[in-house]
Design a protein around this ligand. Sequence first.
Ligand SMILES: C[S@@+](CC[C@H](N)C(=O)[O-])C[C@H]1O[C@@H](n2cnc3c(N)ncnc32)[C@H](O)[C@@H]1O
Length: 412
Amino acid sequence: MDAAMVDRLATGEGWALLQSLPAYDESTALQLQEKLREAFDSDLVAAAMAQSRLRARAVDKFGDFAAGMLFTPDGLEQATRLSLAARHAHRFAAAGLREVYDLGCGIGADAMAFAGLDLVVRAVDSDAATARIAAINLRHWPSARVTHARADEVRLPLGEAARHLGLWLDPARRVSGVADHRGRTRRVFSLDAISPTWDEVQAFAARTPATGAKLSPSFPHAALPDGAEAQWSSWHGEVLECVVWWGPLASQPGRTAAVCSARATHVVSEADAAPAADEPPLPSVTAIREWLYEPDRAVIRAGLTGALVAAVDGTELGTGVGYVTSPAAYDLPWARRYRVLEAMPLSPKALSRWLRDHGHDRVTIKKRGVTLDADLLRRQLKMTGRGKGGSEATLVVTRVAGAQVALVVTPA
Ligand SMILES: C[S@@+](CC[C@H](N)C(=O)[O-])C[C@H]1O[C@@H](n2cnc3c(N)ncnc32)[C@H](O)[C@@H]1O
């Protein structure tokens, strides 16, 4: 959708049409589109129907706000979930900042959260249609301003005017150009390929100390600048981002993990972790204790399994594996606990016998730290679920002292 069509959709007849559409229903969309073409031109109808479809998808991230917003497929895909955007905004507000320059604002999800906390928003986006959309999504906050510009064209305030200034960058991880059939473009992974690049982001942070930058969860630990904080955040178990915070926005330098859900947020940091050197590795599968713990993925991405080791007074099964065993039961909001029913070296024959003897005819396989074809193992175990009323077992296949092991566990 180009900027002119955004303008048509956002005003007069276009907006009235969009707001009059019923809740999007794929099964009746074509029929509705045909009918609307009798009264409106086909380009406007196509754009309105595309928006209606995007709004339906956007409810997951934006709840009721989606019904008053505009999107592009890429913009929605890359937009920050509103609950995480609110956490970003809270950092700026808590640091006493008053104005945030959002340098690559996309459809404006983070910018909306900044404005919602009464921060003055100056947003730019290098894509004309996206900038128009962000302006529409920010229309409820008169002090927010959106400009079509590249980040490096922005003239940032200097001196006293910059005293309460913060910068936010959420570099694009998609290349503009050929889109797939859903209108989404190709993803990029390297820090040099994002836009603005990681070098450019760091240059902004060197100029304005209160800077935050949202990056992919695959952000390499070694790239974390001295004194900055990298926080990996998960939402209901899915790791969505790693945000690097500089200066007054860094709550604690180093790596942290925020385990977020609609109910609560739990932050885990390096200060919570047992020093790795203190931990002798687990010598063999027979040393696995009654309980197995699996940290939230944000904790794993942040390299903070050591915090779980410390919290449950346990031992990691293998370096970097992410599973921890302990003789004691703890309830942690950022880790799952399983009771270990059996632990053995991985031998399909012995495992199959154990599972049958215990009345199982199907398995859920969880694997970590091993290369394993789970379907092949399921066939080798003959756990196809076609038995006579057997039950399902949960199998963890992982590594202890360099060898593959299988644990039969039950969630506790
Ligand atoms: C990941 S999206 C931002 C998403 C946004 N934080 C949100 O939550 O809605 C990145 C945006 O940066 C824009 N962009 C890429 N390079 C840019 C540059 N050099 N200057 C300004 N904007 C840029 C892209 O057009 C894209 O809309």
